[in-house]
Write a protein that binds this ligand. Structure first.
Ligand code: HEC
Length: 149
């Protein structure tokens, strides 16, 4: 048998594979595997998640806007960011909710920060993305019940 057609076939497959992978699909998020018996790393809203919002989001989501993602108090011990996110229906994507405790994939904020394109613009929409570590912190916090901890 002439080996050349096989070589061409392999070459064509390789090109297709590489071309298929070249599509830009936004930041790649790989959740950390859950190891049975190993305690989970608790994610804290006020000391870990809120600073991410203050750093990357608050310039566009300030006190004066419809969605204040800042640290000032909405009520004693509850930040504006927390009060405006957890179990709050979106203005742009009702009846979908900004943060659904325990369910990142149902949370509009999670869909927006991971760039799925399901709900309008990706966040932040200014050409920057959150780091894999920041995304993991937000996902852990939502999965752990989105507590005001
Ligand atoms: C450069 C400005 C800018 C930055 C930075 C930014 N946003 Fe936004 N955000 C917008 C705009 C504009 C909209 C409205 C359009 C839309 O929903 O896509 C919006 C909408 C949203 C909504 C939907 C609100 C609703 O109820 O419909 C969420 C949630 C959100 N942003 C979260 C974030 C988070 C979290 C960050 C930081 C990681 C962030 N944004 C950073 C401009 C920004």
């Amino acid at each position: 048998m002439n080996p050349r057609p096989t070589v061409h076939w392999l070459l064509a497959c390789t090109i297709l594979l590489v071309a298929g992978c070249a599509k830009d699909e936004g930041p790649v998020f790989v959740p950390a595997p859950v190891e049975p018996g190993v305690p989970i790393d608790t994610a804290y809203f006020n000391t870990e998640v809120l600073p991410i919002f203050t750093l990357h989001c608050w310039n566009c989501h300030p006190v004066s806007g419809a969605l204040d993602l800042g640290a000032s108090e909405a009520s004693p011990g509850v930040s504006q960011a927390y009060a405006n996110l957890v179990n709050v229906v979106t203005t742009g994507y009702a009846p979908n909710v900004r943060i659904v405790p325990g369910d990142p994939d149902a949370s509009v904020l999670w869909q927006k920060v991971t760039g799925t394109g399901t709900y309008g613009l990706n966040m932040p929409p200014n050409g920057t993305t959150l780091s894999a570590e920041e995304l993991q912190t937000i996902r852990d916090w939502i999965e752990q019940g989105a507590l005001n901890n």
